[in-house]
Design a protein around this ligand. Structure first.
Ligand code: BTN
Length: 322
C-alpha cells in the first residue's frame, strides 16, 4: 500500500502547475496539516522542490532524478547487454565487483553500476573521483579476439559514448587519446579497460566507464575543479542518468556487434573526426621525456599517430599533457 508520503507526491504531481491547499491535502490524505508540512520538509531534503503561497497552498516544481536498478532496467531494450545488471548505492569500485563476477563466470554483457564509488580507480592506478551524480559503470565482455586488440576497445568505447552524449546534449564532445572524453578543454569521462587472459586469448575484458553527469563544481575536489567538467556544468541542465545509461548500453550493444562483424576501421575514422586537438601540436609525456608533436590520428592497433620531425610515429603509451 502506498505510504502517505507517496500519496502526497502523487497528489501534488497530478495537480501539475496548480496549487493545492494544505487543507485539501490534509483532507485527502487524512492527516493533520502539521503532518503535511513535516512531509513537505522531508521531501525537500530528498531533492523535491515546491512553490508555496499563502492562501493557495503548495505545488511541486521539481521531482528529483530517480536512479536505481528499476529505473535503469525499466525501458532498457538491449538484447544481451545488461541482461544481468547489478546496481549498488555505494561500492569501492565497480571494476572490483565486475572482476569478482567475471571470475565466477558472469555472462558476457553483465553490467555493474554504482551511484557512488569510494575507491574509484583510473588508468595507471590513479584515484578516480566518483561522487554521487555521475555514471560509474563496468561492463564484462568475453570477446573472441587477440589480446593486442584490447586497446581498440577503449577507443571504440570512447567513440560510442561521445556519439551518445553529443546526440543527447548537443555538447561538443571530443575524444582524447587514450581513454578520455573532453568538453571545452575539460575532462568529462574516463574509460578504463582491464583484461584477464592468456598470451593468445582473452578470457574477459572489463570496460570501466566513468562520466561526470549531474555534479556541480563544488562537488569536485579543488584540484579537479580546473581540469574536470560535468554534463550539468556544460549544459546548465540536470540529466536523467537512468536514461543516459540506457542510451549508452543500447549504443554499445549495437556498435559492438558491428565492430565484431566489420572491424575497427569505421571507429578509427570516427575517432579521428572527433579527436581533441586533431592536426594540432600537442605535448606528450612519456617516462623518458616530454616533447611536442603534431597529432594526426590513430592506427589499427589503437596507437596514437604523431608527426615528429618529418616522420609519422606510433605512440603506444604516454600521455598528452597539453
Ligand atoms: C581514467 O580516467 O583513467 C579512467 C577512469 C575510469 C573510471 C571508471 S568509473 C567505473 C569504473 N570503476 C572504477 O573504479 N573505474 C572505472
Amino acid at each position: 500500500m502506498a505510504s502517505k508520503r507517496d500519496k502526497l507526491i502523487r497528489l501534488l504531481s497530478k495537480n501539475g502547475e496548480q496549487y493545492i491547499s494544505g487543507q485539501e491535502l490534509s483532507e485527502q490524505l487524512d492527516i493533520s496539516r502539521t503532518a503535511i508540512w513535516k512531509h513537505i520538509n522531508e521531501l525537500k531534503k530528498d531533492g523535491y522542490e515546491f512553490d508555496s503561497a499563502p492562501k493557495k497552498g503548495y505545488r511541486l516544481t521539481r521531482i528529483p532524478e530517480s536512479y536505481n536498478e528499476s529505473t535503469i532496467k525499466w525501458g532498457l531494450s538491449t538484447e544481451w547487454l545488461g541482461n544481468v545488471l547489478y546496481f549498488k548505492e555505494s561500492i569501492d569500485s565497480t571494476q572490483n565487483m565486475a572482476h569478482d563476477l567475471a571470475k565466477k563466470h558472469a555472462p558476457h554483457g553483465t553490467v555493474v553500476i554504482a551511484n557512488e564509488q569510494t575507491l574509484g580507480r583510473g588508468r595507471l592506478e590513479r584515484p578516480f573521483e566518483s561522487n554521487k551524480g555521475g555514471i560509474w559503470m563496468s561492463v564484462i565482455l568475453r570477446p573472441q579476439m587477440a589480446p593486442h586488440q584490447a586497446a581498440q576497445i577503449t577507443l571504440f568505447t570512447s567513440v560510442v559514448i561521445a556519439e551518445v552524449l553529443s546526440t543527447l546534449t548537443g555538447l561538443p564532445l571530443k575524444v582524447k587519446w587514450p581513454n578520455d572524453l573532453y568538453i571545452n578543454d575539460k575532462k568529462v569521462c574516463g574509460i578504463l579497460t582491464e583484461m584477464n587472459g592468456e598470451l593468445d586469448s582473452i578470457n574477459y575484458l572489463i570496460i570501466g566507464i566513468g562520466i561526470n553527469i549531474n555534479q556541480n563544481e563544488n562537488q569536485f575536489s579543488s584540484n579537479l575543479r580546473e581540469k574536470a567538467t560535468s554534463i550539468n556544468i556544460a549544459s546548465n541542465l540536470t540529466w536523467n542518468r537512468a536514461e543516459i545509461v540506457q542510451d549508452i548500453l543500447t549504443a554499445l550493444e549495437k556498435n559492438y556487434e558491428q565492430y565484431m562483424d566489420t572491424g575497427f576501421h569505421t571507429y578509427k575514422q570516427k575517432w579521428a573526426s572527433m579527436a581533441y586537438k586533431m592536426n594540432e601540436m600537442i605535448t606528450i609525456q612519456t617516462p623518458q621525456k616530454t616533447y611536442s608533436a603534431k597529432l594526426i590520428g590513430i592506427d589499427d592497433n589503437g596507437a596514437l599517430l604523431i608527426e615528429h620531425g618529418n616522420e609519422t610515429v606510433p605512440l603506444y603509451s604516454g600521455e598528452i599533457i597539453w
